[in-house]
Design a protein around this ligand. Sequence first.
Ligand SMILES: [Zn+2]
Ligand SMILES: [Zn+2]
Length: 399
Amino acid sequence: MSAATTLKDAQSIASWIVDVRRQLHRIPELKYEEVKTSALVQATLKELGIPFKAGMAETGVVGTVGPKDGPCVALRADMDALPIEEAVVSDFRSTHPGRMHACGHDCHTAMLLGAAKLLKQREATLPGPVKLIFQPAEEGGAGAERMCQAGVLDAPNVQRIFGLHVWPQIPTGVIGGKAGTFLAAAGELEIVIHGKGGHAAMPHFARDPVTTAAQVITALQTIISRELDPLVAGVISVTTVHGGSTYNVIPEEVRLTGTIRSLTLAGLKALQTRVTEVATHVAAAHRCTAEVSFPGNDYPPTDNDPHAWGLSQQIGRDLLGDAGVKTLEAVMGGEDFAYYVQGGVPGCFVALGIRNQELGAIHSVHTPQFLVDEAALPLGAAMHVEFAMRSLSELAATK
Ligand SMILES: [Zn+2]
Ligand SMILES: [Zn+2]
């Protein structure tokens, strides 16, 4: 079947995909709490006659289309939302206060369900099984790691995996990516500066954690600007500062949190070591102590297999034309898609353009203004179908 047919088939179910996406957009749920989302995925797969396994890594679902035997390819979507109050007004606005699909995972899930519908129609032509992975907790929860631990890549063994992410930096009708490291290794940072509280008028009886925290924040920035090779990428961002309760009391402690990024896990570890050293010594210089920790999961970098990226580009050109493929620079965002490929399964994570100036779809993910050009959704579903079909025929031919 040609790419043109796939695109036509995907366009013919565009309103179905958009409707699923809007249903999901109304019910955003945080990591490992995707109960309604998972139920909707399961109900849809059931309706499509696709067998699935639910309850993997809490709320994860894996559907399978195609014959039992033959090469196996996986397509992945994430289902979780963010603790953000949606600022966009629409008739499918979030109905969960303080929760929003601000990273587009509603789109990812809807596009994969769209691909499931199309692949089911073509089931008889598939030379092997396609696993449809709907995972929880991409946003900091390492849902992908837990799906791998639960055996999502085994029996049958996945030989290639693809994922799509909506990308507001590139226009609708364009896909992007690169071979090699595309997304960063990322980890969380927490520093608690302990001092000695006291009356703000008598600082000499106290040990001030507020001024110390200020020194720590600025000193941490010199790790990137003065210690790291300027040609090597690294980020240290302190993003929250909490301390004190009133204007005339020096508090006992100040709590800082943030994130550290590098393009390698070794680079991330090296930055963590220096953050610990700098924070504890700067705090000591100011007669305070710093308790440094790196809670949560350190995501590995996302490495795109060169062949899988080559195939993705070919699919992009066939579906969208020569202008529909863009090579991107690596970005310092993190993605738990990394866990699927770090064990040696070749894979590719591809950016799907959703930018549309006229609609106001120009805002970054993770913002309350984030808006998606839904015209991109059938294109994403078509990409998924082609990822699976072409990979399966390549793998079947090289067997
Ligand atoms: Zn995100
Ligand atoms: Zn995301």
